[in-house]
Each structure stands twice: as structure tokens, then as C-alpha cells.
Design a protein around this ligand. Structure first.
Ligand code: NAP
Length: 264
């Protein structure tokens, strides 16, 4: 395995490259909180930021990105279309685009599948992609294998990503294999289990062995498996802690052990 670092990227099926380690912003309140979190994340070296219309913080996220003075093309930014907005998807995209105010969107995702609207909503996203010229790549989130299959059947542009909840505690090997076989990258949200498993003794034992924190083990597990991930924090020390995952390697044996934490 070539050595990973904070700049390591994964190539998406349209040639776009996305940093493996990104930064999440769900529940980072618009205003000072989200602004400072994204500012601190960019200072800590993250170059991939995940937001969504639903998070209500696109204005602050965009401002922190602009104020960083980091060249726009060095930062990968994802935002998402909320299901009930799909009825007027073009308007919803324009709003997200204006709020972020960063020139273009790297990745625009359908935030949740809508049963009965899988094909229709994908074609709407494709239309916005083609018409706007302001999006680099499009994908989906929270899709099942069946829903991705339905999408692939009618897609003239293949989704690049399925962003789903993923950590050793809910690792869907079947989804990962399916995505790999079909050129769709599986991206992990809630990689830290929203904090719920960070005191699990089995995880703590592995963390102690490597002299790392439980959070760092969970994130290293993702990037080492080639799964891009987007941990969230509004605390500077944790934002930095979550980047410190590139100076060690988890053994194959321990990766297998972590894979088996899953109850799926
Ligand atoms: N597509 C979707 O439907 C979807 C759904 C959920 C999430 N997401 C995306 O994925 C991102 C990450 O997921 P998430 O926010 O659900 O959960 P997460 O990243 O698994 O966990 C975030 C929680 O862990 C805490 N935390 C962060 N670093 C820590 C550390 N080093 N030690 C201890 N606690 C730590 C944070 O607290 P503090 O902030 O207080 O530090 C926060 O409470 C979201 O922010 C969002 O961008 C997407």
C-alpha cells in the first residue's frame, strides 16, 4: 500500500479526484460555529468539506472557504439536494450555489432516495449538471444496492458516489463490493459513530496498541480501506486530532478484527 497522507485522493468515475479525508458539518450551527469549524479544518489541512442544504450552514461554510484564501481548486466541496426540494431541483441548486458562493460545486448529491422517484430524481440531477456547468460531479446518498441499480439502468451520467453511514460498527461489505464492482465510490458518513462507540473497550484496546485515540482508529480504518470519510467536529483540538491518522498503519489482522465489529 502506498503511503497515505492528508492530501491522498481517490479518483471518481469521471476523473474527478476527491481527498480521502474530508470534514463534516452536520449540526455545526450556521454563523460562528460552522464558520470557525471550517476555518479550523482548513487550517488543519483538510481540503474536502461536506455540507448540505439541510444543514442550514452553506452561507458560513462558503464564507470560511472564501476567507481561507486557499485557491478554490485546492478544496473539494460537497453539497446536497434535500428530497422535498426535488420538485424544483433547479431552484434548490441555485440557492445552494448562491449561499456557498464559491464559484462551483465539486459534488452535488441526492441527499436521500425517494421511493418511486429514483429514476426521475436522478434524471433531474443530470439535467442540472448539464445545464448549469457549475457542478463537477453528481452522486447519491443513503441509497440501497437496489436503488443504485435502478439509477444505473437509466443514467446517462453514472453517480460517482454513494455516501452512507459507515464505520466498523456498521460496515456493509456487500454494499462496498457492489460499489467497487460498479465504479461507484462508497463514502462514509458518521465514521465516528457520532461519538457513541468511542468508549467501546474492544476499540480502546486497539487504540492503546497503536498509541492512538479511538477516533483516530476509526478514521484510519476508513482511509486504509480506501473509503473516503468526513468526520465532524466543532472543537479545534478534535479537528486536529482527526487528521493525525497518517503516521501509522493498522495491521491486516486488526483491520479484519475491526471489520467484524459490524452487526450488519
Ligand atoms: N448524507 C447523509 O445523510 C449524512 C448523514 C449524517 C452525516 N453526514 C455527513 O457526515 C458528517 C459526519 O457524520 P456525523 O456528524 O453524523 O458524525 P461523526 O463524524 O461520526 O461524529 C461527530 C460527533 O463526534 C464528536 N467528535 C468528533 N471528533 C471527536 C474526537 N476526536 N473525539 C471524540 N468525539 C469526537 C463530535 O463532537 P464535537 O463536534 O462536539 O467535537 C460529534 O458529536 C456530517 O457532519 C455530515 O457532513 C451525512
Amino acid at each position: 500500500m502506498s503511503k497515505l497522507n492528508i492530501e491522498s485522493k481517490i479518483e471518481l468515475n469521471n476523473g474527478t479526484k476527491m481527498p480521502l479525508l474530508g470534514f463534516g458539518t452536520w449540526q455545526s450551527k450556521d454563523g460562528k460555529t460552522a464558520y470557525n469549524a471550517v476555518r479550523d479544518a482548513l487550517k488543519a489541512g483538510y481540503r474536502h468539506i461536506d455540507t448540505a442544504k439541510f444543514y442550514g450552514n452553506e452561507v458560513s461554510v462558503g464564507k470560511a472557504i472564501r476567507d481561507s484564501k486557499i485557491p478554490r481548486e485546492k478544496i473539494f466541496v460537497t453539497t446536497k439536494l434535500w428530497p422535498t426540494d426535488a420538485i424544483n431541483a433547479e431552484k434548490a441548486f441555485d440557492k445552494s450555489f448562491d449561499k456557498l458562493d464559491i464559484g462551483y460545486i465539486d459534488l452535488y448529491l441526492l441527499h436521500w432516495p425517494v421511493p418511486g422517484m429514483i429514476k426521475k430524481n436522478w434524471l433531474k440531477l443530470e439535467a442540472i449538471f448539464k445545464k448549469s456547468g457549475k457542478i463537477r460531479a453528481i452522486g447519491v446518498s443513503n441509497y440501497s444496492i437496489g436503488q443504485i441499480k435502478s439509477t444505473l439502468k437509466i443514467a446517462t451520467i453514472k453517480p460517482v458516489i454513494n455516501q452512507i453511514k459507515c464505520s466498523p460498527y456498521n460496515y456493509n461489505q456487500e454494499m462496498h463490493d457492489f460499489c467497487n464492482e460498479n465504479g461507484v465510490v462508497m463514502e462514509a458518513y458518521s465514521p465516528l459513530t457520532r461519538g457513541s462507540m468511542l468508549e467501546d473497550v474492544e476499540l480502546e484496546a486497539i487504540a492503546d496498541k497503536y498509541g492512538k485515540t479511538p477516533a483516530q482508529i476509526l478514521l484510519r480504518w476508513c482511509v486504509q480501506k480506501g473509503i473516503p470519510t468526513i468526520p465532524k467536529s466543532v472543537h479545534k483540538d478534535r479537528i486536529v486530532e482527526n487528521t493525525d491518522i497518517f503516521d501509522f498503519e493498522i495491521s491486516d489482522q486488526d483491520i479484519a478484527k475491526l471489520d467484524n465489529f459490524s452487526k450488519l
